[in-house]
Design a protein around this ligand. Structure first.
Ligand code: HEM
Length: 398
């Protein structure tokens, strides 16, 4: 009888698993680091070495000829079809090249003073209260404001970004329901209509923003269709805040739960860079992504058949003792830390420099301005998602 997640007592959709998936990953990696689960129809990969090698193997991809896809006649299906994240070369190379230019480390670093000002404004708004929901009052608005300004979404449109995005990214969970699909279709329709209006305005009066830059690229003949332009804007706006929100909140929770490391960071703010990498490793905001097997692959003593699908558990790889000594310990001084929090290979996160900067600025501002910041309740609940790991709220006092 072959093993399955069920045999190992792992239910990816249960609230117990979602509250703390790490013991399950440990069990899975120790028992069977490469496991085919017939119920899910997926190979689950949980060791660092395997995830890292397979992500760089070009015989695997986010897309594959003949792969089942959402119906391109539906709004979500059309978005999916035009999204650079769902493409492989040469389309992936063409679209990614256009957005890469906006996210070079130098261009991103130039945003530091501006992001710092946003973080301080958010703290100003709550300081007198002595308490806040760190998620709703700080970790959410910060990345939303940053990415909205970068793209050029005006103040009035920003309140919709988070609900639209949450409805759309629900489709990237393991088992979206028909209701999820309906909500996603509605959100894509509204979001696209909104962006079409903005694109029309920017065509007439371009500004110093990413929407104008993408329009210019389209008009200069860089082979970017109108549908791809809208899909790229939606992807940037969604990917540009969704994971960062949780990275900031999960990161602060990790500090609260490891007071020695929290104190160390307060005493030694120069550790901020390694601290950011460590929280991304320790409690990875995007736990898993899937890849199609585009041609037969012999791997170790196994064979992945063309057309099969792998679920790469980045968060499990990030706690693999074969790569990270003492992996369940949060160590903000960890130097050798090539974690998989931003993925690896072709689809490596294009926004990683911006995400890193936002996290550094967010933690620094909180530590400087609210030196007494502490958890207000031990009763914390996670959103009922597996891929996107995030809390419902993070109540704190200061
Ligand atoms: C801490 C925050 C973030 C985390 C943890 C994160 C994580 C990731 C991961 C793991 C992937 C790879 C997906 C795969 O392997 O299939 C990815 C891709 C991507 N990310 Fe991020 N991300 C973050 C922030 C951002 C930001 C701020 C932006 C944009 C401004 C962004 C834009 C993207 C895009 C466009 C892709 C697709 C790249 C491609 O397919 O070539 N991300 N991200």
């Amino acid at each position: 009888m072959s093993l399955s997640l069920n045999h190992l007592g792992i239910d990816l959709l249960s609230s117990e698993f979602i509250a703390d998936p790490y013991p399950s990953y440990e069990r899975l990696r120790q028992t069977s680091p490469i496991l085919y689960d017939a119920d899910w129809g997926l190979w689950f990969i949980s060791s660092y070495e395997d995830i890292n090698a397979l992500l760089r193997d070009r015989r695997l991809g986010r897309d594959m000829e003949g792969a089942p896809k959402p119906d391109p006649r539906t709004p979500f299906g059309k978005l999916h079809h035009n999204s650079l994240m769902e493409k492989e070369p040469p389309d992936h190379t063409r679209l990614r090249g256009l957005v890469n230019r906006a996210f070079t480390p130098a261009r991103v670093e130039a945003l530091r003073p501006h992001i710092t000002a946003i973080a301080h404004r958010l703290i100003d708004a709550v300081q007198a209260r002595g308490e806040m929901d760190l998620l709703a009052d700080f970790a959410e608005p910060l990345p939303v404001m940053v990415i909205a300004e970068l793209l050029g979404v005006p103040e009035e449109g920003r309140a919709y970004l988070r609900p639209w995005s949450q409805a759309i990214v629900a489709m990237y969970e393991l088992a979206p329901t028909p209701e999820d699909e309906q909500r996603a279709n509605r959100a894509v329709t509204e979001f696209s209509t909104y962006l079409q209006g903005l694109v029309a305005e920017r065509r007439v009066a371009p500004r110093e923003d990413l929407i104008s830059a993408l329009i210019e690229a389209e008009e200069e003949g860089h082979r970017l269709s109108e549908d791809e332009l809208i899909a790229t804007c939606i992807l940037m706006l969604n990917a540009g805040h969704e994971a960062t929100v949780n990275a900031i909140a999960n990161g602060m929770l990790a500090f609260f739960r490891h007071p020695d490391q929290y104190e160390l960071l307060k005493r030694s703010p120069e550790l901020i860079k390694t601290a950011v990498e460590e929280v991304l490793r320790y409690d990875t905001p995007l736990q898993m992504f899937r890849r199609w097997v585009r041609e037969n692959v012999e791997y170790k003593d196994l064979r992945f058949e063309k057309g099969s699908r792998l679920a790469l558990l980045y968060a499990a790889g990030n706690r693999d003792p074969a790569r990270f000594p003492d992996p369940h310990r949060l160590d903000i001084t960890r130097q050798d830390n090539p974690h998989l929090g931003f993925g690896a290979g072709l689809h490596y996160c294009v926004g990683a420099p911006l995400a890193r900067l936002e996290m550094q600025v967010a933690f620094q501002a909180l530590l400087e301005r609210l030196p007494n910041l502490r958890l207000a309740s031990e009763k914390l609940e996670y959103r009922p998602n597996f891929v996107i790991r995030g809390l419902k709220a993070l109540p704190v006092r200061f």
